[in-house]
Design a protein around this ligand. Structure first.
Ligand code: B1M
Length: 215
């Protein structure tokens, strides 16, 4: 079986150690890290996602697959993160309150690091006020919120409303993303940017900070 295919298969079985070892082997064989990510790790996760939706697998299986995914990502991170010369800015990031999905958020973290951002990752289940407190504490440029559940998306609005209440809305670039989020929702809640994937999030954040500095 092709190595990339094996990575996907072991991820679906939740075999973190095998995934870790195979991702390392793929890197040693000079396979493009983006290919390992997209065709190995993400492809495996997509299959699990579809099976989950169709009730063919359940939360425990998804959880171990997610652990395997994160184990693979950790090996891949140094290769995906091609750090720029100058720190571009500071970003506070987290998955919103009530939401424990962190794989997409972790990818955004990696890409932002690669784009030269200093990252303050609050993890998952992050309260609206926690983003703001951290942003104030570290002097952030960008606040990034991720949500994977339709039920937790309103927490993004809560953070933006709180920023407004504190007269801090214009101080930060607010970015939102995650599978159920879209452009219309971002506009509706008053976020500055919605981006569909981690690479675009990093590009957009970089551009937005540089534009703001140039003003
Ligand atoms: Co959950 N889950 N889950 N789950 N889970 C989904 C999201 C779901 C769509 C599955 C389904 O039913 N088809 C569904 C949500 C339905 C909905 O709300 N519409 C769902 C559900 C229902 C649940 C539970 C409620 C299940 C239950 O308990 N009965 C429960 C909720 C727990 C909670 O959060 N409170 C739950 C639990 C879990 C696990 C813990 C088992 C596990 C998460 C483990 C972890 O993350 N460490 C899990 C997983 C893995 C999934 C699926 C299968 C995969 C998600 C994923 O990691 N995708 C997911 C099904 C699916 O998405 N197909 C599903 C890969 C990841 C790279 O993509 O996160 O979208 P994504 O990130 C993308 C972009 O969205 C973007 O960049 C990434 C790509 O580059 N992006 C951003 C993300 N954040 C961004 C921020 C940005 C910009 C871009 O700017 C700031």
């Amino acid at each position: 079986m092709e190595l990339i295919q094996e990575i996907s298969e072991f991820l679906q079985k939740g075999r973190a150690k095998n995934v870790k070892a195979l991702v390392q082997q793929a890197l040693d064989e000079n396979i493009d890290p983006k290919k390992i990510l997209n065709e190995g790790l993400l492809a495996g996760m997509m299959i699990i996602g579809t099976k989950f939706k169709n009730d063919e697998v359940f939360v425990p299986e998804v959880l171990v697959a997610a652990r395997a995914m994160n184990a693979g990502l950790a090996v891949l991170e140094p290769k995906l993160v091609e750090v720029g010369n100058e720190p571009v800015g500071k970003a506070v990031i987290g998955t919103v309150q009530g939401d424990l999905h962190d794989i997409g958020k972790n990818l955004v973290v990696m890409m932002l690091k690669g784009a030269g951002f200093e990252i303050h990752d609050l993890g998952v289940d992050v309260e609206a006020s926690a983003y703001i407190n951290k942003a104030e504490e570290v002097g952030a440029d960008v606040i990034c919120m991720s949500a994977l559940l339709t039920t937790t998306m309103p927490k993004m609005q809560e953070c933006i409303d709180l920023l407004k209440q504190k007269n801090l809305r214009d101080k930060y670039i607010v970015m939102v993303g995650g599978a159920p989020v879209n452009e219309a929702f971002a506009e509706q809640i008053g976020a500055d940017y919605y981006t569909p994937d981690a690479a675009t999030a990093a590009e957009t954040a970089q551009k937005a900070v540089l534009e703001r500095r140039a003003k």
